[in-house]
Design a protein around this ligand. Structure first.
Ligand SMILES: Cc1cc2nc3c(=O)[nH]c(=O)nc-3n(C[C@H](O)[C@H](O)[C@H](O)COP(=O)(O)OP(=O)(O)OC[C@H]3O[C@@H](n4cnc5c(N)ncnc54)[C@H](O)[C@@H]3O)c2cc1C
Length: 264
């Protein structure tokens, strides 16, 4: 069984730098970490590998320093890591990102299961998984919080729909996005970090993808236009509400309504 896990390097702090001219996030590999949700995606793949005869490949799209997350994944137990990186891929919005990772996965060859995290802690859209499945023309299931059974030709999963659960069986090749808490991520192994000391990750650039139309990648392939990106002002104003329970509830309702958190 061939499993691909998509992992993203994200800023480790909420104090991120924005390019004043282009308005995009400056990702330089410093003060970064693996997207926390992707640890659950990795652990899910590794649990399946522990139970079945599976190969786990990881893929990330980003500037070269983002390959650090691929090494961490190897230390946890994955078999291979690939970074998709090219200046032509820079400035990609969700549509272009999903398309580019999809092209990268096609370049990697056959797979049965793709596992993504539910969302990232920076972009936070939770759209890359399902959009990538669309690019690849495969079925997908989002918000998976339990693997019920791994069969030869399909996987049975539980989906967390907030107020209820749904059990879904989906044929390979397919994509799932997993929620936190599905399994407890294992720690990287020191022994593996030594064994993979000289490992070179695979690199996929524009020259390697089948679709050579530059208009499908990076800024050119991004229908979203960012007008402005900025860190929100910190507001430490505090208001202490006083009164009995009914009066507090009314005051709180008014504050939420006045600040447009609630409608009429
Ligand atoms: C107009 C525009 C320009 C942008 N320009 C840039 C830019 O110049 N540089 C830049 O870095 N970002 C840029 N972004 C942000 C970029 O589009 C998002 O980082 C990307 O689409 C992923 O979205 P997300 O973080 O919401 O992922 P989600 O959809 O929340 O992620 C879900 C899951 O998908 C997988 N995944 C997501 N992203 C990746 C990845 N890169 N590699 C592997 N797996 C992944 C992971 O498994 C993750 O858990 C731009 C966004 C817009 C709208």
């Amino acid at each position: 069984m061939n499993i691909i896990v998509c992992i993203k390097q994200v800023p480790a702090s909420s104090n991120v730098k924005i390019d004043p001219v282009t308005g995009v996030l400056i990702r330089d590999g410093r003060n970064t970490k693996m997207n926390p949700y992707d640890l659950y995606a990795l652990e899910t793949a590794l649990k399946i590998k522990d139970m079945n005869n599976a190969t786990v490949k990881t893929i990330t799209m980003g500037p070269p320093p983002a390959s650090q997350v691929l090494h961490e994944a190897l230390w946890m137990g994955c078999d291979e890591g690939t970074i998709i990186s090219d200046r032509k891929f820079g400035g990609a919005d969700v549509v272009a990102t999903s398309y580019t990772i999809g092209q990268g996965i096609k370049t990697l060859g056959d797979y049965d299961l793709i596992i993504c995290g539910k969302q990232t802690t920076d972009g936070d859209t939770a759209q890359v998984g399902p959009e990538m499945a669309d690019v690849l023309g495969i079925p997908h299931v989002c918000y998976v919080d339990k693997i019920i059974e791994v069969k030869e030709k399909s996987i049975v999963v539980r989906v967390n729909l907030d107020k209820t659960y749904e059990e879904v069986e989906v044929q390979y090749p397919c994509l799932i996005t997993v929620d936190k808490g599905i399994y407890t991520p294992r720690l990287p192994s020191y022994k593996r970090s030594v064994a993979f000391k000289d490992y070179q990750v695979n690199m996929i650039t524009f020259a390697d993808v089948k679709d050579q139309d530059e208009a499908h990648y990076g800024l050119k392939g991004s229908p979203t236009q960012v007008e402005k990106m900025f860190n929100p002002d910190r507001n430490d104003n505090k208001v202490v509400l006083k009164g009995d329970a009914n009066s507090l509830a009314k005051q709180l309702f008014d504050v939420l309504k006045d600040n447009k958190y609630l409608g009429e």
